[in-house]
Write a protein that binds this ligand. Structure first.
Ligand code: COA
Length: 149
């Protein structure tokens, strides 16, 4: 029986495994060099947390959390920026394990809430978030400024 994944902080040497997962999330290939620069910079940022899920020595899941101080909130707020599980490991509660890890960080920072933006087409993900305590209260609008969005 599947016992769950190991959830731990991502390491700088794991950029390729995380890159593969983010390409899967976005369903496209991104420039690896630019990705690596952002990954290394963000890993060193105390307001950003990167966690991976590991099964049998393989990284099969990733979540990122950014903590911000915003004028219109009286306490820090946390935002899940990326969450993805390898297709063959979905629906095994590994997403919940990763969410639990960032919830703990958010509580340690005494955040007021955790938010997430999710593309309208991700209906499975919406069900996942709502089952795990997220409430759909806001509408997100985007103004595309280039072809890469
Ligand atoms: C959304 C996602 C992170 C959830 O992680 P997970 O490990 O598969 O989810 P868990 O096993 O922890 O929870 C299962 C629940 O997630 C939802 N779910 C999400 N994707 C699912 C899928 N492909 N198949 C079945 N259930 C899915 C369901 O609500 C399910 O519970 P239910 O079947 O009892 O309703 C993962 O499916 C994924 O990587 N999806 C593609 C990327 C994505 O959309 N990321 C979110 C970006 S905002």
């Amino acid at each position: 029986m599947f016992q769950g994944a190991i959830i731990r902080k991502a390491l700088s040497g794991e950029v390729t495994a995380v890159y593969d997962l983010i390409c899967l999330l976005k369903d496209k290939t991104m420039p690896l060099g630019a990705f690596e620069r952002i990954y290394i910079k963000n890993l060193a940022d105390p307001m950003i947390s990167y966690f991976v899920a590991e099964v049998d020595g393989r990284i099969i899941g990733f979540i990122s959390l950014h903590i911000q101080h915003l004028l219109h909130h009286s306490a820090p707020i946390a935002e899940v920026q990326e969450l993805v599980i390898d297709e063959s490991f979905r629906n095994l509660k590994i997403g919940v394990q990763l969410l639990n890890a960032v919830e703990k960080v958010s509580r340690n920072f005494q955040c007021e809430l955790i938010e997430v933006s999710s593309n309208n087409k991700r209906i499975h993900a919406h069900r996942f978030y709502e089952k795990n305590g997220f409430v759909n209260t806001h509408m997100k609008l985007m103004m595309p400024l280039g072809e890469s969005i």
